[in-house]
Design a protein around this ligand. Structure first.
Ligand code: ADP
Length: 432
């Protein structure tokens, strides 16, 4: 301001001196306007057309204006950079989430979703931006939950992308009337829960039947009535057999839970499988006294394996005793433990009735029995093959079952090369 006053004062004095005051003032005003117009022109060119970040050089007031604009621009750019980083970090974070996440606005339209939401919920990006979420996830339970507006408790619904999966949906209000929808795959948890319920129901059922028999006899015998000795004998036999059944069931359950929880390392101890099979052979012979099968053992005496001895004993004996139990009298059973290529191979082959194909996929489930009545008669709990499956799982192997109705069945498995200890005596390895 002072500069302008000084400028016009000088011009006025000059004008008075040459007696042309108004002409001088007019010329001075035009010159000042042109200077300012020129600076405005430079500012405009710098703001909109120049690629240079630094402002044009200027003195005085225009210098201050340029510096101010430059400072504001820099502050703005830094803020934008920070904001961009923040958004990027948020996106990276939500992409790393183990759950599907979708943000919807107040009208339930999709604003944003992560990668898992595209996979688990079948959303398309960016095609589905702005589309209502309840038009894309069409399950009636989800629509009822979403539109109901009560989000305190999550719901479980079949996945829209895969009907074998169950998703748990949670909705959280956030920001400006926005909602964050989180979908988590809970298929395994639901299955486990169902398995636990089935398991409890099965165990209770299996124990209730023999208990009912024993209680029935005890009630009868505790009365005043006299019973003939043959009846007492029958009652005694029946009660003993049912008690044995309960005992065996509980033992099998304990074995199963021990194997399931087992963290015993498989690669630390070598199991002398040939000797183990010798003891099982003796036990099988005792069991076979009533069945008169021809049982052949074809065992490689030098073939040992890394493993957990108690577990392997359970697996081998379950498969061998099953063959003895389920093959009609006078059958033939071949037990084989030999090296095939680089892997130790175990198999039990019988010429029994065989198992219909439809049962084969379920036969290793707990309590699953092909013929309940027959299996109970043999004292079977339906846990044997389940134990075998778990043992083999622990030893990184898998049970193979081949069976033809009327011809017989073969149960087999192989040990990987790392577990197989061919032609080495236990003392040779130094691990005994
Ligand atoms: P269980 O304790 O009842 O024997 P498993 O789990 O060992 O239970 O076996 C499940 C079912 O598989 C048995 O009930 C039986 O019906 C069938 N099974 C097992 N092994 C044989 C076999 N060698 N031949 C025919 N059926 C068999």
């Amino acid at each position: 301001m002072t500069n302008v006053l000084v400028y016009f004062s000088i011009v006025a004095i000059l004008g008075l001196f040459i007696d042309r005051l108004f002409l001088c003032l007019w010329l001075a005003t035009v010159a000042l306007l042109m200077i300012h117009y020129w600076q405005l022109f430079r500012l405009n060119r710098w703001l909109w057309h120049s690629k240079k970040m630094t402002p044009p050089k200027a003195k005085g007031l225009w210098g201050h204006i340029y510096d101010g604009v430059y400072f504001l621009q820099r502050r703005n750019r830094n803020k934008r950079k920070e904001l961009g980083m923040l958004v990027r970090r948020f996106r990276e974070g939500s992409e790393a989430l183990p759950d599907a996440a979708v943000v919807v606005d107040a009208d339930a339209c999709i604003v944003w979703c992560n990668r898992l939401a595209r996979i688990e919920l079948g959303l398309r990006w960016p095609a589905d931006i702005g589309r209502r979420i309840d038009n894309l996830i069409r399950h009636p339970d989800f629509i009822r939950f979403f539109q109901g507006g009560h989000y305190e408790n999550p719901i479980e619904v079949i996945s829209p992308a895969n009907d074998q999966k169950i998703l748990e949906y949670r909705v959280m209000p956030y920001g400006d009337k926005h909602l964050l929808l989180i979908a988590r795959d809970v298929t395994r948890v639901t299955q486990m829960d169902q398995m636990r319920k089935d398991f409890v129901a099965n165990v209770s059922h299996e124990l209730r039947t023999p208990l009912t028999v024993v209680t029935g006899y005890l009630e009868m015998l505790s009365g005043d009535e006299e019973y003939p000795p043959f009846f007492i004998g029958k009652a005694y036999d029946e009660m003993s057999s049912q008690t044995r059944r309960m005992q065996s069931l509980i033992e099998q359950l304990l074995i199963l839970s021990r194997i399931e929880a087992s963290s015993e390392p498989v690669y630390e101890k070598i199991v002398d499988v040939p000797t183990l099979l010798k003891t099982i052979e003796v036990e099988a012979a005792t069991l076979n006294q009533a069945k008169h099968h021809k049982i052949n053992f074809d065992i490689d005496p030098n073939l040992t394996a890394f493993g957990v001895e108690t577990e392997l004993r359970s697996a081998f004996s379950n498969l061998i005793f099953n063959a003895v139990h389920y093959t009609p009298d006078g059958g033939e059973i071949n037990v084989r433990w030999q090296l095939d290529g680089t892997q130790a191979h175990f198999s039990v082959q019988d010429n029994g009735d065989g198992i219909p194909q439809k049962h084969l996929t379920r036969i290793t489930e707990r309590f699953y029995r092909v013929d309940k009545a027959r299996s109970r008669k043999t004292g079977g709990s339906g846990l044997g093959l389940s134990i075998v499956k778990h043992v083999l799982n622990h030893h990184n192997s898998k049970l193979e079952i081949k069976s033809t109705v009327g011809e017989g069945s073969t149960f087999s498995f192989a040990f990987s090369e790392e577990l197989t200890m061919a032609n080495k005596t236990i003392t040779e390895t130094g691990l005994a």
